[in-house]
Ligand binder design. Structure first.
Ligand SMILES: Nc1ncnc2c1ncn2[C@@H]1O[C@H](COP(=O)(O)OP(=O)(O)OP(=O)(O)O)[C@@H](O)[C@H]1O
Length: 255
């Protein structure tokens, strides 16, 4: 990675990690993760299982400390006190998020909408969550505990996006989601990015990434090893698809 990638610390970017390292119980997990997400950009973070994607997002969201390197979210260090007010402008969908199973889908939405706004503006938040989840009114009237994995994921995505945050951070939003819903998610993310919102998303679905990403950052073994527009990565790493380029990057096969 060239050093300029860390220029995001000077501002203008929605989020960045710069040379971040993290060890857990003496084991290095992140060995130098660098990425910068611009406003109006869909940025995909890709990597094999265990590469460090979720850990990177947790550091970025201030849920995990870092050992070295820098992090900024909307210009603020997520490990600082100043991060608290910034959180309202960030929508984060963790990989292991869960719904309240005894509540209906709509009650889940109402719960989070009221948490977010008190009572003012709840209607708009609810409307957005319903729209972004793509779930029918009938589905939303049922207990979320009876939902399929993909439906739970869609409900959580709707809740994450309901306030139309300036920065959206999604850890595997399409996991367990059917092709029609996945297609719908693509359109939603493209729409949000067109409105100038910044989107950082992890996925193993590289055709999804190839279609929507403005930039893909590949991490391997806790280290950023490549970053660029999907077509640039395909050119540089001799892949007819992003998936082929990705395999060439992580296996070190090159062209
Ligand atoms: N709390 C923890 N304690 C010990 N090891 C951890 C912890 N959190 C993560 N790890 C390890 O760090 C590495 C990176 O995990 P991480 O979940 O960030 O990978 P990932 O790229 O998101 O993987 P996946 O694609 O499978 O979700 C893994 O080897 C994992 O076992």
């Amino acid at each position: 990675m060239d050093k300029n990638s860390c220029g995001c610390l000077e501002g203008g970017y929605a989020a960045c990690l710069c040379g971040v390292t993290k060890s857990v119980r003496g084991r290095p997990i992140l060995k130098g993760v660098t990425l910068a997400v611009g406003f109006g950009e869909i940025h995909v973070l890709a990597g094999l299982n265990g590469a460090g994607k979720t850990t990177s997002l947790r550091v970025l969201m201030g849920l995990l400390s870092r050992d070295s390197g820098e992090a900024r979210v909307l210009g603020v260090d997520p490990w600082s006190r100043g991060f608290e007010p910034v959180k309202r402008e960030v929508g984060y969908l963790p990989e292991d998020a869960s719904v309240y199973e005894r509540l209906t889908g709509m009650e889940n939405i109402l719960f989070y909408a009221r948490l977010y706004s008190g009572w003012r503006g709840v209607e708009e938040l609810v409307e957005n969550a319903v729209l972004y989840s793509g779930l029918s009114r009938e589905d939303l009237s049922r207990r979320a505990g009876g939902y399929s994995k993909g439906m739970k994921r869609r409900l959580l995505l709707g809740i994450t996006l309901m306030s139309k945050p300036r920065l959206v951070v999604l850890d595997e939003p399409t996991s367990g989601v059917d092709p029609i819903a996945s297609n719908r998610i693509k359109k939603i993310l493209k729409g949000l990015s067109r409105e100038g919102r910044a989107i950082l998303v992890t996925t193993h679905d590289l055709s999804f990434a190839e279609e929507i990403a403005d930039r893909v950052t590949i991490i391997h073994g806790g280290l950023t090893v490549a970053s660029g527009h999907p077509h640039r990565l395909m050119e540089e790493y001799c892949g007819e698809t992003l998936e082929e380029a990705f395999v060439n990057v992580v296996t070190g096969d090159g062209c």
